[in-house]
Design a protein around this ligand. Structure first.
Ligand SMILES: N[C@@H](CCC(=O)N[C@@H](CS)C(=O)NCC(=O)O)C(=O)O
Length: 198
């Protein structure tokens, strides 16, 4: 099993953390720019997006949440869904909404127009980030030890991506509960080894 990734993608990081927590060896990870029309990537994934996993049989598996679904079935223990299921999935959905909105802004800014974040759609995405993070901070995912569930995983990935991509944004509110959650799990090997960087 190998994974195609890059150093910033929150989606790829979700898959990498989940794989590492489940005990996969990620030393064969290939970092690439998914926007660069890489031949291996295009041959495996017509959408040319990270994460793309290649199974030992050569089959591509894509889409971060499908990868979590596949993994949970493939390697049930340790589970990333241990705990109150409805709450975990609900909170993970909130974090994914924030991630999607942040990535939409970055694509707009980097691939289209540096001021895309101030367009009507850009401001709508910004609102999703602010209100999504506010809701998560007011009612943060819990972590009592052990392997963090997908609510913790996606929330910490969202927070790290926010700090990387929007370090000085005036609209980012204080997030003390989420910072505390990140401090609790951020040093786990799966998290520390995949911290995003430019
Ligand atoms: N829905 C996909 C989104 C993956 C995605 O958009 N990845 C970005 C990096 S953050 C990418 O590879 N973008 C390249 C492109 O859109 O052409 C998932 O959950 O895996």
């Amino acid at each position: 099993m190998r994974i195609l990734s890059n150093t910033t993608s929150p989606y790829a990081r979700i898959a990498r953390i989940a794989l590492a927590e489940k005990g996969f060896d990620l030393s064969g990870t290939r970092m690439l720019n998914p926007w660069a029309d890489d031949a291996e990537m295009l041959g495996l994934n017509p959408a040319s997006r990270v994460p793309t996993i290649i199974t030992d049989a050569g089959l591509p598996i894509t889409e971060s949440l499908l990868i979590l679904l596949w993994l949970e079935r493939k390697v049930p223990e340790p589970s990333l869904l241990d705990g109150p299921l409805d709450r975990i999935v609900s909170q993970a959905g909130r974090a994914m909404g924030v991630i999607d909105a942040m990535v939409a802004i970055m694509i707009g800014v980097l691939q289209m127009d540096p001021h895309w974040g101030e367009t009507r759609v850009g401001l709508r995405r910004r609102r999703s980030i602010v209100t999504g993070l506010r809701a998560l901070d007011a009612d943060p995912p819990g972590h009592a030890g052990g392997v963090p569930d997908i609510a913790v995983l996606t929330t910490v990935v969202a927070l790290d991506y926010l700090r990387l991509r929007f370090p000085d944004a005036h609209w980012v509110e204080p997030l003390p509960a989420l910072d505390a959650l990140r401090a609790k799990v951020g040093d786990r090997p799966a998290y520390a080894a995949t911290r995003p960087y430019l």
